[in-house]
Design a protein around this ligand. Structure first.
Ligand code: ADP
Ligand code: MG
Length: 235
Protein backbone atom coordinates (compact mmCIF):
# COMPACT_ATOMS: atom_id res chain seq x y z
CA UNK A 1 0.00 0.00 0.00
CA UNK A 2 1.28 3.47 -0.87
CA UNK A 3 -1.67 5.61 0.23
CA UNK A 4 -4.83 5.16 2.22
CA UNK A 5 -7.91 7.20 3.06
CA UNK A 6 -9.93 6.14 6.07
CA UNK A 7 -13.38 7.66 6.56
CA UNK A 8 -12.23 10.92 5.09
CA UNK A 9 -14.45 13.99 5.16
CA UNK A 10 -13.46 17.41 3.85
CA UNK A 11 -15.70 20.40 4.37
CA UNK A 12 -15.13 23.95 3.15
CA UNK A 13 -16.50 27.08 4.72
CA UNK A 14 -18.44 29.22 2.29
CA UNK A 15 -18.04 32.99 2.22
CA UNK A 16 -14.66 33.17 3.92
CA UNK A 17 -14.65 36.97 4.32
CA UNK A 18 -18.28 37.63 3.77
CA UNK A 19 -20.02 40.10 6.08
CA UNK A 20 -23.33 38.36 5.39
CA UNK A 21 -22.59 35.30 7.46
CA UNK A 22 -21.59 36.78 10.78
CA UNK A 23 -18.12 36.85 12.24
CA UNK A 24 -17.84 33.35 13.67
CA UNK A 25 -16.97 30.57 11.24
CA UNK A 26 -19.60 28.51 13.05
CA UNK A 27 -22.28 30.78 11.58
CA UNK A 28 -21.18 30.26 7.99
CA UNK A 29 -22.59 27.59 5.73
CA UNK A 30 -20.26 24.73 4.94
CA UNK A 31 -19.88 22.66 1.80
CA UNK A 32 -19.15 18.98 2.24
CA UNK A 33 -16.82 18.24 -0.68
CA UNK A 34 -16.06 14.68 0.52
CA UNK A 35 -17.94 12.57 3.00
CA UNK A 36 -16.74 9.39 4.67
CA UNK A 37 -14.49 8.24 1.82
CA UNK A 38 -12.29 5.19 2.32
CA UNK A 39 -9.82 4.04 -0.32
CA UNK A 40 -6.56 2.14 -0.44
CA UNK A 41 -4.05 2.77 -3.22
CA UNK A 42 -1.65 -0.09 -3.99
CA UNK A 43 1.62 -0.01 -5.87
CA UNK A 44 1.37 -1.07 -9.48
CA UNK A 45 -2.22 -0.03 -10.00
CA UNK A 46 -3.88 2.76 -11.93
CA UNK A 47 -7.01 4.01 -10.19
CA UNK A 48 -9.51 5.96 -12.26
CA UNK A 49 -11.48 8.50 -10.27
CA UNK A 50 -14.76 9.23 -12.00
CA UNK A 51 -17.72 11.45 -11.26
CA UNK A 52 -19.42 14.59 -12.51
CA UNK A 53 -18.05 18.08 -12.00
CA UNK A 54 -18.27 19.03 -8.32
CA UNK A 55 -18.36 15.41 -7.08
CA UNK A 56 -15.13 15.80 -5.09
CA UNK A 57 -12.45 14.39 -7.41
CA UNK A 58 -10.01 17.28 -7.09
CA UNK A 59 -10.58 17.48 -3.35
CA UNK A 60 -9.68 13.80 -2.96
CA UNK A 61 -6.61 14.16 -5.20
CA UNK A 62 -5.39 17.16 -3.20
CA UNK A 63 -5.67 15.10 -0.03
CA UNK A 64 -3.79 12.14 -1.56
CA UNK A 65 -1.14 14.57 -2.85
CA UNK A 66 -0.68 15.99 0.67
CA UNK A 67 -1.57 19.44 -0.66
CA UNK A 68 -4.46 19.48 1.79
CA UNK A 69 -5.52 17.65 4.95
CA UNK A 70 -8.92 16.19 5.85
CA UNK A 71 -11.46 17.79 8.18
CA UNK A 72 -12.17 14.34 9.57
CA UNK A 73 -10.70 10.88 9.06
CA UNK A 74 -7.14 9.91 8.16
CA UNK A 75 -5.06 10.17 5.00
CA UNK A 76 -1.86 8.12 5.09
CA UNK A 77 0.81 8.45 2.41
CA UNK A 78 3.94 6.31 2.53
CA UNK A 79 3.09 5.37 6.10
CA UNK A 80 2.65 8.96 7.30
CA UNK A 81 -0.60 10.44 8.58
CA UNK A 82 -0.62 13.72 6.64
CA UNK A 83 -2.63 15.53 9.35
CA UNK A 84 0.22 15.06 11.82
CA UNK A 85 2.84 16.60 9.53
CA UNK A 86 3.92 20.24 9.50
CA UNK A 87 3.67 22.19 6.25
CA UNK A 88 7.37 21.70 5.71
CA UNK A 89 7.12 17.94 6.34
CA UNK A 90 4.26 17.70 3.83
CA UNK A 91 6.35 19.55 1.27
CA UNK A 92 9.14 17.07 1.94
CA UNK A 93 6.72 14.14 1.52
CA UNK A 94 5.58 15.53 -1.84
CA UNK A 95 9.14 16.01 -2.95
CA UNK A 96 10.20 12.45 -2.13
CA UNK A 97 7.08 10.41 -2.80
CA UNK A 98 4.47 12.17 -4.95
CA UNK A 99 4.33 13.45 -8.52
CA UNK A 100 1.45 15.69 -9.58
CA UNK A 101 0.08 16.38 -13.06
CA UNK A 102 -2.56 19.07 -13.50
CA UNK A 103 -5.08 19.70 -16.26
CA UNK A 104 -3.43 22.98 -17.25
CA UNK A 105 0.16 21.76 -17.10
CA UNK A 106 1.38 24.46 -14.63
CA UNK A 107 4.80 24.83 -16.23
CA UNK A 108 6.97 27.88 -15.56
CA UNK A 109 6.80 29.90 -18.80
CA UNK A 110 10.26 31.48 -18.49
CA UNK A 111 12.07 28.15 -18.17
CA UNK A 112 12.99 25.65 -20.89
CA UNK A 113 11.34 22.22 -20.92
CA UNK A 114 14.48 20.75 -19.43
CA UNK A 115 14.67 23.31 -16.62
CA UNK A 116 11.01 22.74 -15.79
CA UNK A 117 11.66 19.01 -15.48
CA UNK A 118 14.78 19.62 -13.40
CA UNK A 119 13.05 21.98 -10.96
CA UNK A 120 12.07 19.36 -8.35
CA UNK A 121 15.66 18.12 -8.49
CA UNK A 122 16.94 21.61 -7.65
CA UNK A 123 14.68 21.50 -4.60
CA UNK A 124 16.10 18.08 -3.78
CA UNK A 125 19.60 19.53 -3.88
CA UNK A 126 20.86 17.42 -6.78
CA UNK A 127 23.97 18.70 -8.62
CA UNK A 128 23.74 20.44 -11.98
CA UNK A 129 25.21 17.64 -14.08
CA UNK A 130 22.97 14.98 -12.52
CA UNK A 131 19.93 17.23 -12.99
CA UNK A 132 20.76 17.75 -16.64
CA UNK A 133 21.20 14.02 -17.26
CA UNK A 134 18.03 13.06 -15.45
CA UNK A 135 15.90 15.75 -17.16
CA UNK A 136 17.28 14.78 -20.56
CA UNK A 137 16.51 11.10 -19.95
CA UNK A 138 12.96 11.88 -18.83
CA UNK A 139 12.22 14.13 -21.79
CA UNK A 140 13.39 11.34 -24.08
CA UNK A 141 11.19 8.90 -22.21
CA UNK A 142 8.09 11.03 -22.91
CA UNK A 143 9.09 11.50 -26.54
CA UNK A 144 10.38 15.06 -26.28
CA UNK A 145 14.13 14.57 -26.57
CA UNK A 146 14.29 17.14 -29.36
CA UNK A 147 12.33 19.83 -27.50
CA UNK A 148 14.47 20.16 -24.36
CA UNK A 149 15.47 23.78 -24.94
CA UNK A 150 12.00 25.00 -25.94
CA UNK A 151 9.94 27.10 -23.55
CA UNK A 152 6.33 26.10 -22.79
CA UNK A 153 4.98 28.83 -25.08
CA UNK A 154 6.80 27.21 -27.99
CA UNK A 155 5.23 23.80 -27.33
CA UNK A 156 1.80 22.38 -28.15
CA UNK A 157 -0.63 21.44 -25.38
CA UNK A 158 0.24 17.77 -25.69
CA UNK A 159 3.95 18.54 -25.58
CA UNK A 160 3.49 20.73 -22.51
CA UNK A 161 1.64 17.92 -20.78
CA UNK A 162 4.51 15.55 -21.60
CA UNK A 163 6.90 18.01 -19.99
CA UNK A 164 4.62 18.13 -16.94
CA UNK A 165 4.62 14.32 -16.75
CA UNK A 166 8.41 14.25 -17.02
CA UNK A 167 8.58 16.81 -14.21
CA UNK A 168 6.25 14.70 -12.08
CA UNK A 169 8.56 11.73 -12.64
CA UNK A 170 11.77 13.62 -11.89
CA UNK A 171 12.05 12.49 -8.28
CA UNK A 172 10.96 8.94 -9.13
CA UNK A 173 7.81 9.16 -6.96
CA UNK A 174 5.86 6.14 -5.74
CA UNK A 175 2.54 7.89 -6.29
CA UNK A 176 1.45 9.87 -9.34
CA UNK A 177 -1.63 12.06 -8.96
CA UNK A 178 -3.21 13.39 -12.16
CA UNK A 179 -6.22 15.71 -12.22
CA UNK A 180 -7.98 15.55 -15.60
CA UNK A 181 -4.62 15.38 -17.41
CA UNK A 182 -6.19 15.16 -20.87
CA UNK A 183 -8.96 17.69 -20.22
CA UNK A 184 -7.32 20.38 -22.36
CA UNK A 185 -6.21 18.10 -25.19
CA UNK A 186 -7.77 16.90 -28.42
CA UNK A 187 -8.67 13.21 -28.69
CA UNK A 188 -5.59 12.11 -30.57
CA UNK A 189 -3.16 14.01 -28.35
CA UNK A 190 -5.00 12.72 -25.30
CA UNK A 191 -4.55 9.15 -26.55
CA UNK A 192 -0.79 9.63 -26.79
CA UNK A 193 -0.65 11.08 -23.26
CA UNK A 194 -2.67 8.14 -21.94
CA UNK A 195 -0.10 5.76 -23.43
CA UNK A 196 2.56 7.55 -21.41
CA UNK A 197 0.46 7.10 -18.27
CA UNK A 198 -0.10 3.43 -18.95
CA UNK A 199 3.66 2.90 -18.90
CA UNK A 200 4.07 4.52 -15.48
CA UNK A 201 2.42 2.09 -13.10
CA UNK A 202 4.95 -0.67 -12.68
CA UNK A 203 6.09 -0.37 -9.11
CA UNK A 204 4.33 2.92 -8.51
CA UNK A 205 0.67 3.86 -8.27
CA UNK A 206 -1.28 6.29 -10.43
CA UNK A 207 -4.53 7.95 -9.40
CA UNK A 208 -6.14 9.77 -12.29
CA UNK A 209 -9.34 11.82 -12.13
CA UNK A 210 -11.34 12.24 -15.27
CA UNK A 211 -14.82 12.31 -16.66
CA UNK A 212 -13.89 10.93 -20.04
CA UNK A 213 -14.09 7.28 -20.97
CA UNK A 214 -10.72 6.83 -22.71
CA UNK A 215 -8.88 8.02 -19.60
CA UNK A 216 -10.92 5.81 -17.29
CA UNK A 217 -10.32 2.88 -19.66
CA UNK A 218 -6.61 2.76 -18.78
CA UNK A 219 -7.46 2.25 -15.10
CA UNK A 220 -7.19 -1.13 -13.39
CA UNK A 221 -9.87 -0.05 -10.97
CA UNK A 222 -12.49 2.66 -11.09
CA UNK A 223 -13.90 4.64 -8.19
CA UNK A 224 -17.08 6.61 -8.79
CA UNK A 225 -17.79 9.69 -6.74
CA UNK A 226 -21.10 11.48 -6.47
CA UNK A 227 -21.77 14.43 -4.17
CA UNK A 228 -18.59 13.64 -2.27
CA UNK A 229 -19.37 10.00 -1.62
CA UNK A 230 -18.03 6.82 -3.18
CA UNK A 231 -20.95 5.28 -5.04
CA UNK A 232 -18.94 2.46 -6.60
CA UNK A 233 -15.39 1.29 -5.97
CA UNK A 234 -15.05 -1.16 -8.79
CA UNK A 235 -15.39 -4.29 -6.65
P1 ADP B 1 -14.52 17.91 -8.91
O1 ADP B 1 -13.03 17.95 -9.00
O2 ADP B 1 -15.09 16.53 -8.94
O3 ADP B 1 -15.17 18.79 -9.94
P2 ADP B 1 -14.14 19.37 -6.42
O4 ADP B 1 -13.39 18.49 -5.52
O5 ADP B 1 -13.39 20.47 -7.10
O6 ADP B 1 -14.95 18.50 -7.48
O7 ADP B 1 -15.32 20.07 -5.61
C1 ADP B 1 -16.21 19.36 -4.76
C2 ADP B 1 -17.13 20.34 -4.06
O8 ADP B 1 -16.38 21.14 -3.15
C3 ADP B 1 -17.83 21.31 -4.99
O9 ADP B 1 -19.11 21.56 -4.49
C4 ADP B 1 -16.98 22.56 -4.90
O10 ADP B 1 -17.73 23.71 -5.17
C5 ADP B 1 -16.51 22.51 -3.45
N1 ADP B 1 -15.19 23.14 -3.27
C6 ADP B 1 -14.02 22.71 -3.79
N2 ADP B 1 -13.00 23.48 -3.41
C7 ADP B 1 -13.53 24.45 -2.60
C8 ADP B 1 -13.00 25.56 -1.87
N3 ADP B 1 -11.70 25.84 -1.88
N4 ADP B 1 -13.86 26.32 -1.15
C9 ADP B 1 -15.18 26.05 -1.13
N5 ADP B 1 -15.75 25.01 -1.78
C10 ADP B 1 -14.95 24.22 -2.51
MG1 MG C 1 -11.77 18.82 -10.40
Amino acid sequence: MIADCENVTRTYTRGGNSRFFGSSSNDRPTVTALEDVSLTVHRGEIIGLAGPSGSGKSTLLHLLAALDTPTDGTVTVDGKDTSTLSGRERTRLRLTTIGIVFQRFHLLPALSAKSNVALPLVEQGLGKRARHDRATDLLEKVGLGDRATHKPGELSGGEQQRVAIARALATDPDLIIADEPTGELDTETAGAILEVFEGLANDRAVVVASHDDPTLAIADRRIDLQDGRVVSNGD
